[in-house]
Design a protein. Structure first.
Length: 75
């Protein structure tokens, strides 16, 4: 399990890799309808799901993309 990344105040993201599959795990002060995790093939898919629950800025998109790519995901 990787270190977690704070993409919004008290909203965290970490990546789990199992059998070649990526799972982005969400934690912290999340909206009640936000998923606890996102299974995805690439960072763009994760950002798309996060953006549907959080109104992310371009800077937040870039920070999340950088974090996910540093964990081994492709953009």
């Amino acid at each position: 399990m990787s270190e977690r990344y704070e993409f919004l105040p008290n909203c965290f993201l970490k990546v789990s890799i199992s059998s070649g599959y990526f799972t982005a795990i969400l934690d912290g002060s999340l909206p009640p309808d936000a998923p606890g995790s996102v299974h995805a093939d690439n960072a763009t898919q994760v950002i798309s799901v996060l953006n549907s629950y959080f109104q992310l800025t371009d800077l937040q998109h870039q920070g999340i993309a950088n974090y996910l790519c540093s964990q081994g995901m492709e953009l």
